[in-house]
Write a protein that binds this ligand. Structure first.
Ligand code: PBG
Length: 324
């Protein structure tokens, strides 16, 4: 008989043989910045998460620093939207100004600012690209994404993260960044991004729900794992430095497959719907939030994620520091 229990006899023994750990410096915390003043709007469907105006962003950033988290992912909510998403590539747009605020403050300058590049928060129709006759245009959207990326980099972003799922956007962004002299700015590509219902709460938070139809002509079919590998391959060939798999929990096989085939850092995006489900069950007393969150994050590490983007990051960092 194999006596597997020999190595489970005590906390110390289990710790000795533990294969995976969640580290605070591998957690990335998403933050929503909104135009206006004195705003700290709680997002109803995401308990614990707020939209902050830049004048109050410091409160949240102080919590990030306190937690020891080194990376944040920025999403912007502009005051005005239009057909062409011009708020995204406005050099004085909400994300650009938020980045400038962070990079001009001694205290926050060292945080890694990852800027999500997409048009959906900025378009009146809520789609991630330009539209003609009800079709989401691919090639016509690329220059706008590239312009947005350069504008974020110029404001001081440390990493550019395109989440739009247009074909060829990583290449277009890489070329534009290089031309503008931002050779050192990495691209973290949402490569395996599925057309998922787990994004529901995020669309409340970012005011980015599509006004008509859905995102199935550009985001991936949740049934397709092999196709995800082609997306990854294409993005790597176009110059992606880090690959995001998203959502995380229902797609752990995708994370595993990417990590088996490519020697590239993988970020698992534990998305809004995954967060809200845990928060709702915990609020009802049905699950132990702390244990469940740590189990989920550890599972993502085991699957092959190097870093984890999660709305639980502040809480998880505190628990990790206490020794889970
Ligand atoms: C923008 C974007 C979305 C998310 C990240 N970037 C929404 C979407 O694709 O509809 C979702 C993140 C989450 O649910 O936490 N395209």
């Amino acid at each position: 008989m194999e006596r597997m229990r020999r190595l489970r006899v005590s906390p110390a023994m289990r710790s000795l043989v533990r294969e995976n750990h969640v580290r605070v410096d591998e957690l990335i915390y998403p933050i929503f910045v909104i135009e206006g003043n004195h705003i700290c709007n709680p997002v109803d469907s995401m308990p614990g998460i707020c939209q902050y105006s830049i004048d109050r962003l410091g409160e949240e950033l102080d919590r990030v620093l306190e937690a020891g988290i080194t990376g944040i992912l920025l999403f912007g909510i502009p005051a005005h939207k239009d057909e062409v998403g011009s708020g995204a590539y406005d050099d004085h747009g909400i994300v650009q100004e938020a980045i400038r605020f962070m990079k001009s403050a001694e205290k926050y300058r060292g945080l890694i600012v990852i800027a999500d590049v997409c048009l959906c928060e900025y378009t009146s129709h809520g789609h991630c690209g330009l539209i003609r006759d009800g079709i989401i245009l691919n090639d016509e959207t690329l220059p706008l994404l590239a312009k947005t990326a350069v504008s974020y980099a110029a404001a001081g972003a440390d990493i550019i993260a395109p989440s739009d799922m247009m074909d060829g956007r990583v290449g277009a962004i890489r070329e534009a960044l290089d031309e503008a002299g931002f050779l050192q700015i990495p691209i973290m590509a949402y490569s395996a991004k599925f057309a998922s219902s787990f994004y529901g709460p995020f669309r409340d938070a970012a005011h980015s729900a599509p006004g008509f139809g859905d995102r199935k002509t550009y985001q991936m079919d949740p049934a397709n794992g092999r196709e995800a590998m082609r997306e990854v391959e294409a993005d790597l060939l176009e110059g992606a430095d880090i690959i995001i798999a998203k959502p995380a929990m229902a797609y752990m096989d995708v994370i595993r497959d990417i990590s088996a085939d490519y020697n590239v850092p993988i970020a698992a995006y534990n998305v809004s719907g995954e967060y809200s489900m845990v928060k709702a069950a915990a609020a009802n007393g049905w699950i132990d939030e702390r244990k469940i969150v740590m189990e989920i994050l550890t599972g993502l590490k085991r699957a092959g994620a190097k870093m984890i983007i999660t709305y639980h990051a502040l809480d998880a960092a505190g628990w990790i520091k206490e020794g889970e």
